[in-house]
Design a binder for this molecule. Sequence first.
Ligand SMILES: [Zn+2]
Length: 186
Amino acid sequence: MNAYSNNTMLYLDKSALATDTVRKNRIMPIVKFPNPILTQVAEPVKVIDGDIVNLANDMLTTMNRHWGAGLAAPQVGVSKRVIVAGLEGHDYVMINPVVTESQGNIYRYEKCFSWGRYWPRGRWVRRPRSLTVEYSDLSGRRFEQKAIARGASLIQHEVDHLDGIVIAEKVSQRREHQILLESQLV
Ligand SMILES: [Zn+2]
């Protein structure tokens, strides 16, 4: 069991509730490789205050503006354990997410905002077939969510960002080689 993996609620600071509704969400600039923040382990969130609420809302706005499926705080220059993800038509904010179990393996063709000009077309990455993620929402309540296939890849991709895991480490050269061979046979 990991230090953040328990059912206790995160402390909700009053400033979070006072977050003004007139504030316009920002589109944040995306941090690209090889910026060192992307290879750091992000800090856990200890208190959900106005800054965290604003960060999460800005991240959602940024993700949706770019038609993305997920975004992690280090990608907008904030080394905190916050991710946002669009799963089955619902936008999730996950604070201190922990993958508590994962099963199976699949290969997924993935893209990342932070890859920028390095790999504009995406790469083949080995991912779990299914997983369970535990996280807090913006009210500080702890939830558990199961995800399969695309959803599992997405969550694992974003949680990896919080652990400073560079996608290059996960690229499957073997799968890419196989795809290349198959494409030449056609
Ligand atoms: Zn990414």
